[in-house]
Design a protein around this ligand. Structure first.
Ligand code: FPP
Ligand code: MG
Length: 324
């Protein structure tokens, strides 16, 4: 299943820019040996919403006369770091499919997948090093460090039932929102915006990224296998304790959820999914996600009027609609 890029809610200008990025993105690996380029292109072509490049483009739209090559490289760099992290994530999870497509580790084995992830990650920074503007590197380097930390925290917290909402929020900030923040800050640097505008963009990206991950974790319960590209209840099976589970554990009258997290047999997982939906945990998680979308919208509303502000507000709405 190829997930369509996030084009519906944004303006034609952003869609055109995303199309130009997509064309150039497919050529990033043109000169590379087939043992690297073939698996890498599987990851690139498997699609994805291209949400992070869209954020770079929209934030950059706050400035005038943006360097088109710099913009394309910044978009490619954030998307490459994102893809590299997914390739490594699939190795860590032992996942066979992502977005309905066979993963690199399933097709070529874990060792090669680790190296392909490394290659994509290195290519991201090589592209940025080729840009005139050195200030693009710092946000992406920071996000990469946080991403790895977030993933490590998640591994260390596997099957731990004593996690707080604060633990979860810290983890999803590092794991997901940090790259949203980097995308907006890279766009902000290309645009040369003032510090207060950059701060508003940072707040927007943080709120949107956290809400996005909460919705993603909700969909693991309420989505369907075809749309998710992976089985429902995967987080319980992996032992990743997400927000719906934290709420669900609090409301877990007969201990069925705790039991499934600790011993994820098929029947136990199915019962636990039903319990989380029935006990109101999803509604509580949705309410917290809405608070973060509201924070993002408030930050966007503080930006100067114009096309970028409209696009950021539309993206916020897109993230909410994704759930409904
Ligand atoms: C997918 O989310 C995974 C991430 C958002 C981050 C993965 C990060 C790493 C593996 C660290 C490596 C970092 C770099 C910079 C290469 P998910 O696991 O919640 O969801 P999914 O597996 O169902 O897509
Ligand atoms: Mg995963």
């Amino acid at each position: 299943m190829r997930m369509p890029p996030v084009k519906k809610p944004v303006s034609k200008q952003v869609v055109d820019s995303l199309n130009r990025f997509e064309e150039s993105f497919l050529t990033v690996l043109d000169e590379v040996a087939p043992e690297i380029s073939e698996p890498s292109l599987t990851a690139i072509k498997a699609g994805g919403k291209r949400l992070r490049p869209a954020l770079v483009i929209i934030a950059a739209g706050l400035g005038a006369d943006i360097d088109e090559a710099g913009l394309r490289n910044a978009c490619a760099a954030v998307e490459l770091v994102h893809l590299a992290s997914l390739v490594h994530d699939d190795v860590l999870d032992g996942a066979d499919t992502r977005r309905g497509v066979s993963t690199i580790n399933a097709n070529y084995g874990h060792r090669r997948a680790i190296l392909i992830g490394d290659y994509l990650f290195g290519t991201a920074f090589r592209l940025l090093a080729g840009c005139d503007d050195n200030r693009l590197i710092a946000p992406l380097a920071e996000a990469s460090v946080l991403l790895s930390q977030g993933e490590l925290q998640q591994r260390q917290a596997l099957r731990r039932l004593d996690q707080t909402i604060e633990d979860y929020l810290t983890r999803i900030y590092t794991k997901t929102a940090a790259l949203f923040v980097a995308s907006c800050l890279m766009g902000a640097r290309l645009a040369g915006v003032s510090e207060p505008v950059a701060e508003a963009l940072r707040d927007y990206a943080e709120g949107l990224g956290i809400a996005f991950q909460i919705y993603d974790d909700i969909l693991d319960f309420t989505g369907n296998e075809k749309a998710l590209g992976k089985p429902v209840g995967s987080d319980i099976r992996e032992g990743t304790v997400t927000l719906p589970m934290i709420y669900g554990l609090r409301l877990d009258g007969n201990g069925a959820l705790a039991e499934a997290i600790l011993d994820p047999r098929d029947e136990a997982v199915c019962n636990a999914v039903e319990h989380v939906i029935a006990c109101g945990a999803i509604d509580q998680a949705k309410a917290l996600a809405t608070e973060y979308v509201d924070k993002a919208m408030a930050a966007a509303n503080a930006l100067p009027d114009g096309a970028s502000k409209k696009d950021l507000l539309a993206l916020g709405k897109f993230v909410i609609d994704r759930y409904h």
